[in-house]
Design a protein around this ligand. Structure first.
Ligand SMILES: Nc1ncnc2c1ncn2[C@@H]1O[C@H](COP(=O)(O)OP(=O)(O)OP(=O)(O)O)[C@@H](O)[C@H]1O
Ligand SMILES: [Mg+2]
Length: 410
């Protein structure tokens, strides 16, 4: 159970870190691309303001020929593309080859056969003596920036599985350290339960021995006393409770080693059916074996037997005369499903989740009268968990219940 908790914690931790990673990466991407846009935009505006005074108007048409000549002589050609358009937006001059030959602002894109041009563009109206004579446009390619952004996205995606695995492993290790005190506390409780069970055995043995002696004394003196029978019954129940506690502590202890071997569930169900048949008949309950799979499960025979016995004894205990009980098994994928169905009193929906709790009984009076302490299903659940199986209940009040246990096949 603790291991399951560690795995769960590690998975939660991994999900949390991956979500944070995605949020962080998205925020980084948005800020990074916004800052690239801003820096390009200011670069282009600065360049445009720098070039504007060099524009000459010849016959009402703007030209940058002198500027281009000077720039070439000074070997200071900029990486941007500079274009001049007339007032009807027709291209007049172009310096640089990355640009797109149309007037536009912001992000522009143009496909040319196999290649693609992506630019950021800034333009402004050229006015001389209050007369519009054309447009100055400056563009810079954004392909490199786009590649940098794409790289950032790829890096984020590629990093995810590595990050996830790393965090899961770290989460598993750290949750193990964090849960150590809880594990120790659980171990202590288990030991306490086992010790309490063992300690109860001594006084019970004394009561039983004394009761036997007392019975003989009464018999010798020809005294008939019903109290001895009551004490004997109570002592038997205490003895059962003690052995249930010891058994539960044994099954729940992760460090106790028990033999696991292939177990024939068919044989097991047949044996349990034989054990219960006489008792069922005496109570006028039809107890039968349904279809059973021949396949074996990997398990501990003693534990599995106790599990089926507890389920069958519950079915018998909570079914009235005239009812029927059926045990059967079938293969479900890689598991074997063992089912115990009865036509008994059923379990109310609000109690279904609690029936596996220790000492929980739906109808305390009925359970106590029948001799139940409320540990039977706790033992069943512990056995199922020690076999890496699963248990579910479906029940309807007044109609009956079905307990289904699934255990991996051998
Ligand atoms: N087949 C069933 N039909 C109806 N109610 C059931 C059935 N099995 C269990 N329950 C309910 O679940 C409770 C818990 O069952 P559990 O086997 O743990 O305890 P118990 O049978 O009362 O006592 P114990 O098994 O320790 O002798 C029972 O008291 C009963 O109310
Ligand atoms: Mg029971």
């Amino acid at each position: 159970m603790l291991n399951q908790m560690r795995v769960k914690l590690a998975l939660y931790f991994m999900c949390l870190v991956l979500v944070l990673h995605l949020i962080g990466a998205t925020a980084f991407y948005v800020l990074f691309s916004a800052s690239l846009v801003r820096s390009n935009q200011s670069l282009l505006s600065d360049l445009a303001s720098e070039i504007r005074p060099s524009i000459k108007i010849e016959n009402g048409v703007p030209t940058l020929r002198d500027w281009a000549k000077r720039a070439k002589e000074a070997n200071s050609m900029v990486t941007a593309t500079v274009q001049l358009f007339d007032k009807d937006k027709r291209l007049l001059e172009k310096y640089g080859d990355q640009g797109i030959d149309r007037l536009g602002r912001g992000r522009l894109e143009e496909r040319e056969r196999s290649s693609i041009k992506k630019v950021r563009s800034v333009n402004e109206l050229i006015k001389t003596a209050g007369k519009e004579s054309g447009y100055l446009q400056v563009q810079v390619s954004t392909i490199k920036n786009d590649e940098a952004c794409e790289l950032a996205i790829y890096a984020t995606i590629v990093a995810m599985p590595f990050l996830g695995a790393l965090v899961a492993v770290a989460g598993y290790i750290f949750s193990g350290i964090a849960l150590k005190p809880a594990e120790q506390a659980m171990q202590l409780t288990r030991r306490f339960v086992a010790d309490a069970g063992h300690e109860l055995n001594t006084p019970i043995a004394i009561i039983e021995a004394s009761l036997e002696a007392l019975g003989e004394i009464l018999k010798e003196n020809n005294v008939k006393e019903d109290l001895t029978e009551i004490i004997a019954k109570a002592s038997a129940r205490m003895s059962e409770l003690a052995s249930d506690l010891i058994f539960l502590a044994r099954v729940e202890n992760p460090i106790s080693h028990y033999v696991m071997a292939p177990v024939s569930v068919k044989k097991l169900l047949e044996d349990v059916c034989d054990d219960f048949n006489t008792l069922a008949k005496s109570r006028d309950i039809h107890f039968k074996l349904g279809a059973v799979s021949e396949l074996e499960v990997m398990g501990n025979l003693e534990f599995l037997r106790r599990m089926v016995t507890n389920l069958a004894s519950n079915a018998l205990r909570y079914t009235d005369a005239g009812g029927s009980i059926i045990l059967w098994s079938e293969v479900e994928g890689r598991n074997l499903a063992i089912k115990v169905s009865d036509t008994g009193i059923g379990i109310p929906p609000e109690s279904i989740d609690h029936v596996f709790d220790r000492f929980y009984r739906v109808d305390k009076a009925r359970a106590r009268a029948a001799g139940g302490a409320g540990l039977g299903l706790s033992i069943v659940k512990a056995v199922v968990e020690s076999h890496k199986g699963n248990i579910t209940v479906t029940s309807e009040v007044g109609r009956g219940s079905t307990f289904k246990v699934t255990i991996p096949l051998a």
